[in-house]
Design a protein around this ligand. Structure first.
Ligand SMILES: NC(=O)c1ccc[n+]([C@@H]2O[C@H](COP(=O)([O-])OP(=O)(O)OC[C@H]3O[C@@H](n4cnc5c(N)ncnc54)[C@H](OP(=O)(O)O)[C@@H]3O)[C@@H](O)[C@H]2O)c1
Length: 323
């Protein structure tokens, strides 16, 4: 089978098309003939910094859609040829992938294979950030960093459905701000000035919840946009700054809290909880309440171009690879 892998860490040019043996399913696993792969920022971090890469060479790719190819021993509830979507621990930039049956999902009625490839990571992540970890209550105000990206595009919509009275986004360009406003954000601010803009938009009150995938200075500035007893959920480090640290001086005076979330850790440790969250999240798409536009599609062999687009900070919505 064809796959795209890297043998060293670096820029998009380290992604190479290679011929590989198709994997066989171990006990409790399935193999899937892949149709489409969702591109995640974590794929870029794997390629450039080794994020969650157990060893080289490595085939990236965390989410995909396709058809069940073979069942490992002990797997029940799936049939050969069944259309599915899945989260994996890598390996999806290929024609065939192995996945734990516990993190493979039948594709909901009315969803095609192309759309299904966009669902496994982004939707459950946004759902968990807003509802499970962020615990948005009706009437609260929410701020989402990287609002025009994959997670950001749906997080605003999910927050509105949870009853948020206003949802603001932060982005790096006026084009992205325009996109975010069309995707359910009440307003979108530029990264340089978001803290003063948010305080102005809320009459100095601040927001109840910030969702932050950027980290570093952005996270520290986001803390200062929180209202009394406000909460921040950290879920990424797209800015590439050293791991943040905060303590009593930042948290005590106004009763702030910080929590974290990782869908890949949840996938590895609590697949049943992931399935419950995913079921709620997928329902938001099948009912038409949440939309995640695919804004660019690349052939598998051109995965490097998808990485260039996302890494250059000009992409919006979701990028996919066609296998
Ligand atoms: N913890 C979890 O479970 C989980 C799950 C999925 C994704 N994530 C995280 O959520 C974030 C978004 O992921 P995604 O896959 O949906 O990607 P994406 O948002 O489509 O693309 C990457 C985003 O990062 C922002 N960004 C900020 N600083 C950047 C920098 N220095 N270089 C490049 N991009 C930068 C860009 O927005 P601007 O250009 O507007 O700043 C862009 O929206 C990532 O940090 C990812 O690791 C976490």
């Amino acid at each position: 089978m064809r796959g795209v892998r890297f043998e060293e860490f670096g820029g998009p040019e380290v992604l190479r098309v290679v011929e590989l043996d198709a994997p066989e399913p171990a006990a409790g696993e399935v193999t899937i003939d892949i149709a489409y792969v969702g591109v995640n920022f974590a794929d870029l971090q794997a390629r450039s910094t080794g994020y969650r890469v157990p060893g080289l060479p490595f085939v990236p790719g965390l989410e995909l859609s396709g058809r069940i190819r073979a069942l490992g021993s002990g797997v029940e509830g799936f049939t050969i040829g069944q259309p599915v979507a899945a989260i994996t621990e890598g390996g999806a930039y290929a024609e065939v992938v192995r996945a734990k049956a516990a993190t493979v999902f039948p594709i909901p009625d009315g969803i095609d294979l192309r759309t299904a490839a966009t669902l496994p990571t982004v939707l459950p992540t946004a759902y968990a950030l807003v509802n499970t970890v962020g615990r948005v209550r009706p009437g609260e105000i929410v701020l989402v960093q990287a609002a025009a990206g994959g997670v950001g595009t749906v997080a605003g919509q999910v927050a509105k459905l949870a009853g948020a009275s206003a949802v603001y986004g932060v982005v790096s360009s006026t084009e992205k701000a325009e996109y975010a406003r069309k995707r359910g954000y009440d307003d979108a601010f530029l990264s340089d000035t978001f803290d003063t803009d948010v305080l102005a938009a809320t009459g100095g009150r601040g927001v109840d919840l910030v969702l932050d995938p950027v980290g570093g200075d952005t996270l520290r500035r986001s803390l200062d946009t929180l209202a009394l007893f406000g909460r921040l959920v950290s879920f990424g480090n797209a800015g590439g700054e050293p791991a943040w640290q905060v303590g009593q001086p930042e948290l005590y005076p106004r009763g702030r809290s910080i929590s974290g979330f990782s869908i890949l850790s949840l996938t590895a440790t609590e697949p049943q909880v992931l399935r419950e969250i995913a079921a709620h999240a997928f329902e938001l798409v099948t009912s038409g309440k949440v939309e995640l536009p695919i804004t660019a599609e690349f052939p598998l062999a051109e995965a490097g171009d998808a990485h260039r687009l996302m890494g250059g900070r000009t992409s919006t919505g979701k990028l996919i690879l066609a296998v």
